[in-house]
Design a protein around this ligand. Sequence first.
Ligand SMILES: Nc1ncnc2c1ncn2[C@@H]1O[C@H](COP(=O)(O)OP(=O)(O)OP(=O)(O)O)[C@@H](O)[C@H]1O
Ligand SMILES: [Mg+2]
Length: 230
Amino acid sequence: MTEPRTLLNAEHIHKTYSGKAEPVQVLRGVNLILEENSYSVITGSSGSGKSTLLHVLGGLDRPDEGSVRFKGRLLTELNDEDLAAFRNKSIGFIFQFHHLLPEFTALENVFMPALIAGKRMKEIQERASYLLEEIGLKDRMDHRPAELSGGEQQRVAVARALMNEPELILADEPTGNLDEKNSENLIRILLELKEKEKTAIVLITHDQQIAETTRNRYRLVNGTLDSYTN
Ligand SMILES: Nc1ncnc2c1ncn2[C@@H]1O[C@H](COP(=O)(O)OP(=O)(O)OP(=O)(O)O)[C@@H](O)[C@H]1O
Ligand SMILES: [Mg+2]
C-alpha cells in the first residue's frame, strides 16, 4: 500500500460577506485536509456556508483569512489569471443547476473545458465521446440541453466536470433537482467514474442516504467544520 498523499489543505478559513446589508460571517476558522482519490461529504443546514466553502476550496472565491494549498501550491496567493488556469486544469465543478450552455450540443458542452485549455481537437473528441459513453448518453451527444431530461442534463454536467482529468471534483448538491431514481443513478455514475479516473470528490448534500455512501463525513455548523461518523 502506498501512503495516502495530501491533495488539499485548507487552514483557518474565514469568510464574511459584507455588502450594503449587515455583514454575514459565514466561515469562522474552517480546517480541512483532503487526500488524493478520497471521497468526502459535507452536510449542513441551508445558509450554513457549504457553497461558500466549496467555492473557496476550488478557487472560485477567496477567503478573507486562511490558506488553501493544493498539492502544496498556495492558491490564495495566485492572481486571477493563474487561478482560472488552475481551476480549468485541476478542479471539476458540478452544481445543483447544470449550467450547460443552451446553444451547444451535449458533446460540445462536455468538451468545452478542454477547448478552453487549448488541447488538440482529436484528443478532445475522443475523450468527450468516451465520457458520453460512460454516462450512457452516446446516442444523445448531438442533443442540446433543452432536448435532454433533467437526469441526462446532470450526467452531461458530470462528464464536463471530468473532461480535463481534474484531481478534485467539487459537487454542490448535484442531485438537488433530481428524483430518487435519477439521484441514485447520478451518484452511482459519479462514484464509478471517480474510481476509474482516480480523482478525489467533495460532495455537498442534504440527502442522508447519500451522506452514508462515505465514511469521510463533515458537517458545517456555526462556521466551522466537524467530522462525524453517524
Ligand atoms: N454574495 C453574498 N452576499 C451576501 N451574503 C451572502 C452571499 N452569498 C451567500 N451569502 C449568505 O451567506 C450564507 C451562506 O451561504 P451559502 O450559499 O454558502 O449557504 P449554503 O450552506 O450553501 O446554503 P444552501 O444549503 O441553501 O445552498 C447565507 O446566509 C447567505 O445568505
Ligand atoms: Mg448552497
